[in-house]
Design a protein around this ligand. Structure first.
Ligand code: ASP
Ligand code: MG
Length: 471
C-alpha cells in the first residue's frame, strides 16, 4: 500500500479536487490511503474567525464564516451531483451550524483556549475529506473517510499535541487496515487528532505531512507520497535561478540540511517516522503528476556506489539564507591561550543565541547568527574580552550533498565560479560535516552568486563548453 498526502493548494477548489480524485484513482492498484490538508488558506481563516469571536467581533467572524461556507458549498455543487452532493451538503450544513454556535460561545466567554482553537481548526480537513470521498465514490471507486480523531490519538497538549504511537498503532490496525485489505481507498484528515477521551487536538501547523508519515510508517507503506504544487525539492531557489530543476533523489540527511535554509517543500522532522522505518518519501506535483518529483530515502546511494570523480551527482542543491549577521571577534589573547572560545560561547549561550557558521584562526573567530535579537548585549559583553565587529546584511550559501568531502576540487570550482562572478567570499566553513560546503557573502551578491554556482554545478552545457576549451 502507499500513502498519498495532498497539501492545501492541491485541494483548494473543484478543479484541484477533481485532479486529486483522478490521481488517486490511477494509483488504485497500489492500495492508497489518502491524507488531506484543508484547502489553501482555510486553516488561517478558521483561526481568524476564532480570534475575532473571542474579541467579540461577531459580525466580522460570521462574515468570514459566510465566505468559507460559500466557497465550500460552491465547490461541492460543481464537483458533485445527486446523492453524493446531498451527502456533502447535509454534512456541511451541520458543520457550519456548529461553527456558528462555537463563535457565539467563544464571544460570550471572551476567551479562546488552545483546546477550543483546535476545535475551530478541525473543520478545514473534514471539508476536504468529505468532498474527496464523495468524488471518489461518484467515480465508482470503493472509498471511505475515516475520521482521524478515531485513529490519530495524541496527548492533550492542544495546538501541538504529541501523537501516542502505541495507541495509534492499535487504532490503525482496527480501523484502517481492514479497509485497505478490502481495497477500499481510505481518506483521512491530516493535522487533526484527538485525545484518548475523544477531544479534538491538532499536531502543529503544517502537520499533515507528519500525519501521513505516522500512518504510513505504522502501515509499513511501500512509499509515502507528498503531493504539493512544485515538482519536488529544487537544485536552487527558482526565484534566483530560473533554470533550477528538481533533485531526483536525495537522502534524509541532505533534506534535513536543506530544511535549515527553508529550501525544502517539506520539513524532514515531519517525515522522521517514515525514515526510521526506511520508507521512501516522494515529493510530487499534483499540477504535473507525470513529473518524477524528488525521492527522499534513508539510504545513501553513494555509500554503495563509487562517487563520480567530477562530483556532479554528489551535489544536490545550493541553498541560501539571507538576513544573516556576522560577528567578528579578535583577540591577541587567544594566541596560545586556553578557555577563550569557552568564554565566547558562554556569552552566546547565556543569551540563548544560536551560532551557525564558525571559522577560527589563531587570533580570532568569526561566526554567524540568524537575527539581530540580543546582538547589542552580546557585543557589549564580548567587548570586554576582545575587539568585536558586527556585520549585518550577510547571506549564508550552502552547497549540499553527502560525501562532498570525498570529491576533489569542489571548493576550487565553487570559489573560482564566485570569483569570476565578482563575488567576494567573507567566511568559509568546510569540514564541520561531510554534507555541506558553507560560506558567507554579502546579501546583495546573492543574485550573482547563486546563478554562477548553479551553472558551474548543474548546467551541463556550460560545463562541457568548459571542458572543450581546456582539452
Ligand atoms: N491545514 C493545516 C495547516 O494549514 C495542516 C496542513 O496543511 O498541513 O497548518
Ligand atoms: Mg503543508
Amino acid at each position: 500500500m502507499i500513502v498519498m498526502k495532498f497539501g492545501g493548494t492541491s485541494v483548494k477548489d473543484t478543479d484541484s479536487l477533481t485532479n486529486v480524485a483522478e490521481i488517486v484513482a490511477q494509483h488504485i492498484d497500489n492500495k492508497p490511503l489518502v491524507v488531506l490538508s484543508a484547502g489553501a488558506g482555510v486553516t488561517d481563516t478558521l483561526i481568524n474567525i476564532a480570534r475575532k469571536a473571542a474579541a467579540t467581533d461577531i459580525q466580522s467572524a460570521l462574515e468570514n464564516v459566510a465566505t468559507l461556507r460559500e466557497r465550500h458549498f460552491a465547490t461541492a455543487k460543481t464537483l458533485l451531483k445527486g446523492e453524493y452532493l446531498n451527502t456533502v451538503l447535509q454534512a456541511f450544513t451541520k458543520q457550519f451550524e456548529e461553527l456558528d454556535m462555537l463563535i457565539k460561545g467563544v464571544s460570550i466567554l471572551q476567551e479562546l483556549t488552545p483546546r477550543v482553537l483546535d476545535h475551530f481548526m478541525s473543520f478545514g480537513e473534514q471539508w476536504s475529506c468529505l468532498l474527496l470521498e464523495q468524488k471518489l465514490l461518484q467515480y465508482g471507486n470503493k472509498a471511505g473517510w475515516i475520521d482521524s480523531r478515531e485513529v490519530l490519538i495524541t496527548d492533550n497538549d492542544f495546538k501541538n499535541a504529541t501523537p501516542l504511537f502505541d495507541v495509534i498503532e492499535n487504532r490503525v490496525r482496527q480501523y484502517i487496515f481492514p479497509l485497505i485489505q478490502k481495497s477500499t481507498i481510505v481518506v483521512t484528515q491530516g493535522f487533526i487528532g484527538a485525545t484518548q477521551d475523544g477531544i479534538t487536538t491538532t499536531i502543529g501547523r503544517g502537520g499533515s505531512d507528519y500525519s501521513a508519515a505516522i500512518i504510513g510508517s505504522l502501515l509499513e507503506a511501500r512509499e509515502i507520497q507528498i503531493w504539493t504544487d512544485v515538482s519536488g525539492v529544487l537544485t536552487a531557489n527558482p526565484g534566483m535561478v530560473p533554470d533550477a530543476r528538481p533533485v531526483r533523489e536525495m537522502t534524509f540527511n541532505e533534506a534535513a540540511e536543506l530544511a535549515y535554509f527553508g529550501a525544502t517543500v517539506l520539513h524532514p522532522s515531519t517525515i522522521l517516522p517514515a525514515i526510521s522505518k526506511k520508507i521512501p518519501v516522494r515529493v510530487l506535483n499534483s499540477n504535473r503528476p507525470d513529473d518524477e518529483g524528488t525521492l527522499i530515502t534513508a539510504n545513501d546511494v553513494h555509500g554503495k556506489r563509487t562517487v563520480q570523480p567530477n562530483g556532479d551527482d554528489v551535489i544536490k542543491s545550493i541553498a541560501h539564507r539571507t538576513g544573516i549577521t556576522v560577528i567578528r571577534i579578535q583577540s591577541t589573547r587567544m594566541l596560545m591561550a586556553h578557555g577563550f572560545l569557552a568564554k565566547v560561547f558562554e556569552i552566546f549561550a547565556r543569551h540563548k543565541k544560536s551560532v551557525d557558521v564558525i571559522a577560527t584562526s589563531e587570533v580570532g573567530i568569526s561566526l554567524t547568527v540568524d537575527d539581530q535579537l540580543n546582538i547589542d548585549r552580546i557585543a557589549n559583553e564580548l567587548d570586554d574580552i576582545a575587539d568585536v565587529s558586527v556585520l549585518p546584511e550577510k547571506a549564508v550559501i550552502s552547497i549540499v550533498g553527502e560525501h562532498l568531502k570525498k570529491v576533489l576540487g569542489i571548493a576550487g570550482r565553487a570559489f573560482t565560479a564566485l570569483g569570476n562572478a565578482g563575488v567576494n567570499v567573507e567566511l568559509i566553513s568546510h569540514g564541520g560535516s561531510e554534507i555541506n560546503l558553507t560560506f558567507v557573502i554579502s546579501e546583495d551578491q546573492v543574485k550573482d552568486a547563486l546563478p554562477a554556482l548553479h551553472s558551474e554545478f548543474f548546467s551541463k552545457t556550460t560545463k562541457s563548453e568548459g571542458r572543450e576549451i581546456s582539452t
